[in-house]
Write a protein that binds this ligand. Structure first.
Ligand code: GDD
Length: 308
């Protein structure tokens, strides 16, 4: 299939593209600023430039569009809600309009977030796709509105579209700003003795549902290849893990003594304390299941920071 990926140079994009190329798909990417020597055609594209978006869609007319390009940090969305809404919601709107106009046969896979569920997520509740969303931060709101818009426009214009709610994912290559890489990068620096002697952390009581990025990429590939119904699909492991447990495991993997300093400045406004997802719909519709163990993935992620 011919597949266009926005944000192809990002963390998930790189794994997704490897997987798609391995399965002989024809891959095209878009990036906001040029990347060196990609193995497939890549367009420079700002998704807020609707004429440029139209031109890429008109030129490629892909079988599937996987829309990864986004402002993906919750914390940053509090600092700059306007940019988050523009990129995540209006950027999606531009792509949808171009598809309706020039390539209505394209199947759209929009990537959203578990954050969309917001305060519906309560201790012990497994979030499924039917549950109401009550977003608690600008990032969550931007992804919720992008998802709704995707499915509403798909219904009106008879498009194929799915909206993924991805729960937390991590792995080698993720940049700082996300909890596992924030912890692993500091540990690697402490081990090399060129950093302050303690690990600075935020709220350790939060419980999240973590999946290795390579399992997430496989889920997206199956959603591309299988003829699944339009709608929302959670991508998650269905295992609650406290951020404290992530920290303990990473420290356990290290060969030096590490002190931990809880920094209240890293706590977030309106933090939802518990997110765990139900992944039955994805498993039943595609046959997907997460394959990598949390411990092994944490080990590989820490090792990747040691090599940088
Ligand atoms: N980043 C970070 N750094 N988070 C920390 C830290 C720290 O030092 N200490 C504790 N945390 C807590 C955060 O407060 C949050 O509760 C949890 O760890 C996870 O934080 P992140 O890894 O930053 O992820 P997120 O949940 O805010 O958002 C990520 O997951 C979403 C899916 O649920 C992002 O990848 C989003 O793009 C994604 O949609």
């Amino acid at each position: 299939m011919k597949i266009l990926i926005t944000g192809s140079g990002g963390f998930v994009g790189e794994y997704l593209i490897q997987e798609l190329l391995m399965r002989n798909h024809e891959v095209y990417g878009t990036v906001k600023s040029s990347v060196p020597k990609p193995l497939f055609p890549v367009y420079d594209l700002n998704i807020l430039d609707d004429f440029a978006v139209e031109s890429v869609i008109k030129t490629t007319r892909p079988d599937v569009l996987i829309h990864l390009a986004a402002q993906s940090m919750v914390l940053k969305s509090w600092e700059n809600p306007k940019d988050t809404l523009l990129v995540n919601t209006i950027g999606t709107s531009n792509l949808l309009s171009a598809i309706i106009k020039y390539s209505p046969g394209t199947k759209i896979i929009s990537i959203g977030s578990s954050e969309e569920y917001g305060i519906t997520a309560k201790n012990g509740i497994e979030l499924n796709e039917e549950m109401p969303c009550v977003p608690q931060n600008p990032y969550a709101l931007s992804k919720y509105s992008a998802g709704l818009l995707t499915l509403q426009l798909a219904k009106k214009n008879h498009l194929k579209a799915i909206h993924v709610r991805a729960f937390n994912h991590f792995g080698p290559g993720q940049r700082e700003g996300f909890v596992v890489s924030d912890f692993a990068s500091q540990i690697a620096k402490i081990e090399k003795n060129n950093f302050r002697p303690y690990l600075s952390v935020g709220d350790l009581s939060a419980v999240r549902d973590f999946t290795d990025v390579r399992d997430v990429a496989k889920a997206y590939v199956l959603l591309v290849e299988k003829d699944v119904e339009n709608g929302i699909y959670n991508v998650c492991s269905n295992k609650p893990v406290a951020v404290q447990e992530i920290l303990n495991e990473l420290i356990h993997l290290s060969n030096v003594t590490i002190d931990v300093n809880v920094d209240e400045a890293k706590f977030r406004p309106a933090e939802v304390p518990f997110f765990v997802g139900n992944n039955t719909k994805l498993m039943v519709s595609t046959g997907w299941k997460p394959e990598r163990s949390l411990k092994e993935s944490l080990k590989e992620t820490l090792e990747s920071w040691r090599q940088r």
